[in-house]
Design a protein around this ligand. Structure first.
Ligand SMILES: Nc1ncnc2c1ncn2[C@@H]1O[C@H](COP(=O)(O)OP(=O)(O)OP(=O)(O)O)[C@@H](O)[C@H]1O
Ligand SMILES: CC(=O)N[C@H]1[C@@H]2OC[C@@H](O2)[C@@H](O)[C@@H]1O[C@H](C)C(=O)O
Length: 380
């Protein structure tokens, strides 16, 4: 079946759209990548989304307009890929996260993704599944990460211990024991590791007065030296000690978080490149530190994906923190690293709409049970 996955993540850099052919179900799941594009949000809309993520208040009228504007942008992303000769039979649309509150003790979590599925289905004339996180959260789960079950069936190895590390705005990992291990599916783990590119991007914007949005290939940070005392201090944050299930977002790793890091760095009189190197190495250390805390096996391979996999300095620091592991990108094992998360939402939609298979892993999200994920919208 030809399915299109749509994802816009916590970097808010644009909508990733990936067209794939999917066959099989779980152990026999097969994905053929056909085409992918990134559709940038209009600058005004991107700015508005970032403000709302930073808790800017909206009237209900403004909220409705924002929800619709995001849906229309998602439709434009579909149209950009539609020119391809392949017929698109199903869309899985993650939407745009604007708020994420993980569950606390007896309180359910709440996560909000904008970009109405019904509009996407009607304007594209293609059945669309969206709103993937709510069912898991209603069952007591974090609603994230949801990609680990897809990773398990497309990236597990017969005899290697693997971590699949997505470095988007936020970072998240899927730990995959080898398939030959007894009961391997039940041993899959996953959680949000903390900042991905979010603090690096915020630091670049601060240092360039908004002229630049990211550190291309990590070139600027690579000129500096990370300050290990600051990194140790920042790793004391409660989120990093918390055992999985755990998820996070721009609510915690925010402009205020970056500003606190900046203020604390002043005592060390760091140069701009040293500050960037410190923020980048902190990101790498938070990933490696969480493996050390929660994974008992030595990891053979770390497979990177998401925009941060292009940050060569971040990759180099990760290698430094995980000397025993081979650090690769998912491209190197045949899975497109830029579009993997969008592809995963195509698979989640396919499991929901075609196969009637749950998409969450309760051990990962903390939900009481496996759930069918997503709302189905049929076109008029
Ligand atoms: N060449 C590059 N060098 C350094 N960083 C890069 C490069 N290309 C992309 N990035 C980083 O990747 C980010 C976008 O990553 P991605 O598209 O995976 O994020 P996302 O969709 O928001 O992810 P998620 O939903 O997983 O949070 C950019 O904001 C930028 O920081
Ligand atoms: C609430 C939300 O949008 N979470 C995203 C975000 O981006 C990375 C990390 O935080 C992950 O938990 C999740 O996305 C991935 C695709 C997931 O659900 O697996």
């Amino acid at each position: 079946m030809y399915c299109l996955g749509l994802m816009s993540g916590t970097s808010v850099d644009g909508i990733d759209a990936a067209l794939v052919k999917i066959t099989g179900t779980e152990l026999d799941l097969k994905i053929n990548f056909i085409a992918g594009i990134t559709h940038c949000y209009p600058e005004k809309l991107r700015h508005q989304i970032l403000e709302v993520c930073a808790e800017q208040k909206l009237s209900m009228t403004e909220f409705a307009q924002l929800d619709e504007a995001i849906a229309f942008s998602f439709v434009e992303a579909v149209n950009q890929l539609k020119n391809n000769n392949t017929p698109i039979e199903l869309i899985g649309s993650h939407g745009q996260t604007v708020f994420h509150r993980p569950p606390e003790k007896d309180e359910l979590g709440y996560s909000l993704q904008l970009g109405r599925g019904a509009i996407i289905a009607n304007l594209t004339k293609i059945p669309t599944v969206n709103n993937f996180r709510v069912a898991d959260m209603a069952a007591g789960g974090q609603g994230a990460p949801l990609v680990p079950k897809v990773d398990a069936y497309i990236l597990s190895h017969p005899n290697h211990y693997r971590c699949v590390q997505n470095i988007g705005g936020i970072g998240n990992v899927t730990y995959l024991p080898p398939r030959q291990e007894i009961d391997w599916e039940n041993k899959v783990m996953g959680w949000d590791t903390g900042p991905g590119n979010v603090l690096i991007d915020l630091a670049i914007q601060k240092l360039t007065n908004g002229q630049k949005t990211y550190d291309k290939n990590g070139e600027w940070a690579a000129k500096g030296t990370p300050n290990q005392s600051l990194i140790k201090q920042w790793l004391n944050q409660e989120f990093f000690q918390k055992e999985p299930p755990k998820s996070t977002g721009r609510e915690l790793f925010s402009v205020e978080f970056l500003e606190k890091c900046w203020q604390e760095s002043l005592a060390y009189q760091l140069s701009e490149e040293d500050f960037l190197a410190t923020i980048t190495d902190f990101t790498a250390a938070s990933i490696a530190d969480s493996y050390g805390q929660f994974i008992k096996q030595p990891i053979n391979e770390v497979l990177l994906c998401g925009g941060g996999s292009h940050n060569l300095y971040l990759k180099q620091r990760l290698k430094q923190h995980l000397p025993q592991a081979n650090i690769l990108t998912t491209d190197e094992v045949g899975m497109n690293a830029d579009y993997k998360e969008a592809i995963a939402f195509a698979v989640l939609a396919y499991w929901r709409f075609v196969k009637g298979v749950p998409g969450n892993l309760p051990k990962v999200t903390g939900a009481k049970q496996p759930m069918l994920l997503g709302d189905v919208h049929l076109p008029l």
